[in-house]
Structure formats: C-alpha cells, structure tokens
Design a binder for this molecule. Structure first.
Ligand SMILES: Nc1ncnc2c1ncn2[C@@H]1O[C@H](COP(=O)(O)OP(=O)(O)OP(=O)(O)O)[C@@H](O)[C@H]1O
Ligand SMILES: [Mg+2]
Length: 245
C-alpha cells in the first residue's frame, strides 16, 4: 500500500483480517490503523465488507485470521462487552436503540458500570444534552418515536456515555436529511477535538473527506488503497475507481 498509512501512535491497528459467513470468504485481508483522536474513513461499494470489518474489530464476527491490536495489545476475538469496557464503542448501521425505553433511559444504559459516580453520570448526561439539544427536549419520549436523524443522534450519544477512546461508526448519515447530515459532521468534529478517535464507514464521500484525516478504500473484502483525505476530491479518479458504478 502507498503512504500515508501511519498513525504515529495507533489506538487500533488491524492486520490482515479474514472473516467468513459460512463458507463465504467476506474479509480477505483487511489492514488499517487509526491513530489517537484521528478520524479515519473507510469507503467502498455496497457489499465489500465495511460493516463486517467493524463487526470483526468489535468481536461480533469471528476473525478467522489476522490480528486486532487496541492500544498495542491483541484483542482479536475478545467479546464486544469487554471491548466496550476497554474503550471501543460501536454504533451499528441499524442504530439499535431501545425503542421502548425513553431517551434518558437509553442514555443511562451506557452509564451503569463500575466506578461510575452519580456526579459523573450527571456530567456526562449534561454534556450530551448540550451537544444534542433535541435529545434534551425529548428526554422523556420513547426511543421508537424519534425520527431517523434523532435516533442516530441518540445512538451516538449513548456510545459517548461509555467515554470511549474510539468509536466505530457505521453509516451515521444513511437516510438523513442534509441538515441532519451537517449535524453529524459537527458531532464528529467535536468528538475529534475532544480526543476521541473515529473509524467512519460512509457512503457520503464529501462528508468522509471533510471529516477524516485519512481514508481507506475497500474492494472485495480487502483494503486496497489509502490516502490522505486532503489529497482527494469527490471527483478524484481514485474515488471513481473504488466507488463509481
Ligand atoms: N449475516 C450475514 N450472513 C451472510 N452473509 C452476510 C451477512 N452479513 C453480510 N453478509 C455478506 O457479506 C458481504 C459483506 O457485507 P457487509 O455488510 O460487510 O458490506 P458493506 O460494505 O457494509 O455493504 P453496505 O455498503 O451495503 O453496507 C456482503 O456480500 C453481504 O451480503
Ligand atoms: Mg454496511
């Protein structure tokens, strides 16, 4: 692969990951790195294995081969709840908020953990309510009654309750109106400034280039190329090669 691959101090380093669904070889050599507080994009056509990559890092899909290092230590195959406790949050494509719990109850599920004090709980809740005023407004409303964009905000806010060092974010802007897409971009920027790393899977190339420092391109279950986001434009031949129809 060509430069720049490097994150000087990678928080997550994935090397030659392979994964199968049954007999189908879906990940075929995924290698990538995310530095501390770095936003890294992961792009590729539908079905190339972007979501499976995030699931494999998170221990939700078994990696048959390859390694995942978190803060330099191997965590390959570690169960998701343990990884979450260590500082990796995952916001899946389908968001998976609790539809029958209120917004506040959804957020509180991220706060019930060892070492959490009542004052820290309040601090974290206040922080997300400040970042997402719409969630503050709707705090007593059931998750299932929120709009798609609001549910996405809630899913990200709930991940933030875990005070993660990195968030694996799968297509956060899917199906959202432009105003909501801009909001997601703002949240990514704020998280980045606060020192949270993000591995961002997106179909929205402009947003990915705007938010990310580096971008990886996947094809047929493999990371085939990577580049500095600043060196790419939406109509770049590289974008066309890996994402064009
Ligand atoms: N649970 C599953 N069982 C069997 N095959 C699956 C499963 N999930 C995904 N696949 C297949 O694995 C391949 C990679 O899927 P994946 O969801 O990782 O792709 P993706 O890059 O995230 O695509 P999209 O852009 O459409 O979200 C696809 O061919 C998909 O059909
Ligand atoms: Mg996907």
């Amino acid at each position: 692969m060509t430069k720049p691959d490097s994150a000087a101090d990678p928080i997550v380093k994935v090397d030659d990951l392979h994964a199968y669904y049954g007999k189908s070889h879906v990940l075929n050599g995924v290698s990538l790195q995310v530095g501390r507080s770095e936003v890294v994009g992961l792009l590729g056509r539908n079905g190339v294995g972007k979501s499976t990559t995030l699931k494999s890092i998170m221990g939700l899909v078994h990696a048959q081969q390859g390694t995942v290092l978190f803060e330099g230590k191997p965590v390959t195959g570690m169960p998701a709840h343990k990884l979450a406790r260590s500082g990796i949050a995952y916001v899946p494509e389908d968001r998976r908020i609790f539809r029958l719990l209120t917004v506040m109850e959804n957020l509180r599920t991220g706060l019930d953990r060892a070492g959490m004090t009542e004052s820290r709980r309040h601090e974290l809740l206040d922080k997300v309510y400040e970042l997402f005023p719409i969630l503050a407004e709707r705090r007593n409303q059931h998750g299932g009654t929120l709009s798609g964009g609001e549910q996405q905000m809630l899913a990200i806010a709930r991940a933030m309750m875990l005070e993660p060092k990195i968030i694996l974010l799968d297509e956060p802007t899917e199906g959202l109106m432009p105003r909501m897409v801009a909001q997601i971009a703002r949240i990514i920027e704020i998280l980045h400034r606060e020192g949270v790393a993000i591995l961002l899977v997106e179909q929205n190339v402009a947003l990915t280039l705007e938010c990310s420092r580096r971008v990886y391109f996947m094809e047929k279950g493999e990371t085939r190329h990577h580049a500095a986001a600043a060196d790419l434009t939406v109509d770049d031949p590289v974008i066309h090669q890996y994402l064009g129809v």
